[in-house]
Ligand binder design. Structure first.
Ligand SMILES: CC(C)(COP(=O)(O)OP(=O)(O)OC[C@H]1O[C@@H](n2cnc3c(N)ncnc32)[C@H](O)[C@@H]1OP(=O)(O)O)[C@@H](O)C(=O)NCCC(=O)NCCS
Length: 143
């Protein structure tokens, strides 16, 4: 089930984030990862901004600011089973348009978003991460 984040989810979610990043974001510098972890711990994940997918444990989470998706991760042991699509559909249901940034080196995630209606808006350098990102946008189709 998808439910709002609760404070007790913080450590499981951080552990999940580290496992997932170890596989897909190993190209990112450690100082950048440390900064992101500090931000997540300092309120980046909270009851208002974050939903988790819970099936007896936290298997994934998605954080948002307004209509921007900030952090979106599924436990590597549970990827490829539809959890990410459910979390993304939940975000789509709550907003007529969504924005996100994804590292250009994260090819699988780009394909995931592309297959779910996101279009590339622009490409730019992200100095703190010393990498390129794509800005992507989804708009709810008109009926
Ligand atoms: C991208 C991610 C959130 C998708 O969640 P998921 O639960 O694996 O996704 P689903 O099972 O709903 O869908 C599987 C789809 O995701 C794609 N995918 C992307 N990254 C994947 C991964 N590491 N493992 C498995 N599938 C992945 C598959 O190719 C598949 O695409 P398709 O259905 O269009 O053929 C998840 O794989 C993940 O956490 N990846 C690592 C972190 C990341 O890149 N987050 C996005 C940062 S912008």
């Amino acid at each position: 089930m998808i439910r709002p984040f609760a404070p007790a989810d913080l450590e499981p979610a951080i552990a999940l984030w580290k496992r997932a990043c170890g596989l897909t974001h190993a190209f990112l510098p450690q100082d950048f990862m440390d900064t992101v972890e500090k931000q997540l711990r300092a309120g980046g994940m909270n009851e208002a901004s974050t939903v988790v997918f819970d099936d007896g444990g936290v298997r994934g989470f998605l954080t948002m600011t307004g209509n921007a998706i900030n952090d979106f991760f599924v436990d590597p042991d549970h990827q490829g089973r539809g959890i990410g699509t459910k979390l993304l559909d939940h975000a789509k249901a709550g907003s007529p348009e969504l924005h996100l940034s994804v590292f250009t080196r994260n090819t699988r995630a780009i394909l995931f978003y592309d297959a779910r209606g996101f279009l590339v808006v622009k490409r730019r350098h992200y100095p703190a991460a010393r990498n390129e990102i794509l800005l992507m946008k989804w708009e709810r189709p008109q009926p």
